[in-house]
Write a protein that binds this ligand. Structure first.
Ligand SMILES: C[S@@+](CC[C@H](N)C(=O)[O-])C[C@H]1O[C@@H](n2cnc3c(N)ncnc32)[C@H](O)[C@@H]1O
Length: 384
């Protein structure tokens, strides 16, 4: 049980039992009085105990005994409500950096992690999975494909390598890597995305295994892959330091981690600002995904794991032959399909008008075409 959790006002998205649709509900109860929260929390406790035990066994190999004692105190704190990984794996990262917090006041990164106490990450991810299950993602995927191909080139993916693409969607990056002759594992939180990817590659003889997996908890052995990539995907998972730790855990020493992340200046971010005016606020304390598009944030998230980090600011351009084509891509995006189910029609129409006004403001197409530049960071790092 959670002993002392403050009264909170929070919104939550619940996957509806009968379909992938979701609804927003306002929850003004004490978090610990919500049976739904308690169930999630109990599961999180179980996982915390398991993950902390694994870490203790892990840490025993390299931590001195006093650090081990500190680790036990960390376990005590973790079972009072922090999600899995907030202490377990990140404590391991602190050990690697020889910044074990045992016995000393919490440092800056530890304090940042403590601020995440009480956030229901499983519910956030259930909402994301429900959203990404809707619509027809393949239309949007086509607009991201050049960034995936560029990343595969920048990472030097070659025949004979084993590559993992995290949050693969319908497999843009996985397919580009497999076409270079690599053996590829394509993983994503959303089964519907994997089904799209399988269908897309059914007639091509590519070595791709499609696996359902959360970027925060990759079901792969340590050091398995030569290269791990993620294109506008891993940046969506809520616990950014857990994601960074996982991407580097599964790549071999000297191997490559490559990401494409929208910047805070991107058209994508501006679009998010428009649509978020029509959505409930995100849970307090969850970091903004666009932090992955800030150079200093990426360097700080990778600091503990990487021997080198190369960052380039790049543009991926969306080109549509007409406004109708642009609208059709937008209407088939999972977020729009979900919004349409949840909003009154007039509100949904108003949101569509605001989005279109943003497109018109940034359009550099002529004669009825739509051409939009979208900025992202291409990140290529090597594991120490
Ligand atoms: C914008 S799409 C990008 C997909 C693909 N990489 C591409 O370039 O087309 C985001 C993807 O992230 C996936 N995703 C969201 N949260 C995730 C998580 N916690 N773990 C793994 N995948 C996640 C979604 O299911 C979706 O397929």
């Amino acid at each position: 049980m959670v002993d002392a959790v403050p009264v909170t006002t929070r919104w939550r998205v619940e996957a509806a039992a009968s379909s992938a649709a979701a609804r927003w509900t306002r929850d003004e109860s004490r978090v610990h009085e919500s049976p739904r929260w308690s169930r999630c929390h109990d599961r999180a406790e179980d996982r915390d105990v398991r993950s902390a035990r694994v870490h203790r066994e892990d840490a025993a190999a390299h931590c001195p005994p006093d650090v081990e004692a500190g680790d036990d105190r960390a376990v005590g704190r973790s079972v009072t409500g922090m999600g899995r990984g907030l202490w377990g794996r990140n404590h391991a990262a602190d050990c690697r950096r020889e910044r074990c917090p045992a016995g000393s006041p919490p440092d800056r990164s530890t304090r940042a992690r403590l601020e995440l106490v009480g956030i229901d990450f499983e519910q956030i991810k259930a909402g994301a999975k429900a959203m990404w299950s809707l619509g027809d993602y393949s239309l949007l995927a086509a607009g991201l494909e050049p960034a995936a191909r560029d990343l595969v080139d920048a990472c030097g993916v070659a025949s004979g390598q084993e590559v993992l693409d995290v949050a693969t969607g319908s497999g843009n990056c996985a397919i580009a890597a497999a076409r270079k002759g690599a053996r590829v594992v394509a993983s994503d939180l959303t089964p519907a995305m994997l089904a799209l990817g399988r269908a897309r590659t059914a007639t091509e003889d590519l070595e791709i295994e499609w696996i359902e997996a959360d970027a925060e908890d990759l079901p792969f052995t340590t050091g398995r892959f030569d290269c791990v990539t993620s294109v506008f995907g891993a940046m969506i998972a809520p616990r950014q330091d857990v994601v960074a730790s996982e991407l580097f855990r599964v790549v071999r020493p000297g191997g490559t981690v490559g990401m494409a992340n929208w910047t805070p200046e991107s058209f994508m971010k501006k679009m998010g600002e428009v649509t978020s005016r029509y959505a409930p606020p995100p849970p307090a304390g969850v970091p903004d995904a666009f932090r992955w598009g800030e150079e200093e944030t990426v360097r700080s998230l990778f600091e503990a794991f990487a021997s080198s980090v190369q960052i380039d600011r790049r543009i991926v351009t969306w080109t549509y032959g007409s406004w109708d084509e642009m609208r059709s891509v937008g209407e088939n995006f999972g977020g729009s399909v979900m919004a349409k189910k949840m909003m009154p029609p007039s509100m949904f129409a108003q949101m569509g008008e605001d989005v279109e006004a943003l497109f018109r403001e940034h359009n550099r197409g002529t004669e009825g075409t739509v051409v939009i530049d979208n900025e992202y960071l291409q990140v290529v790092a090597h594991r120490a």
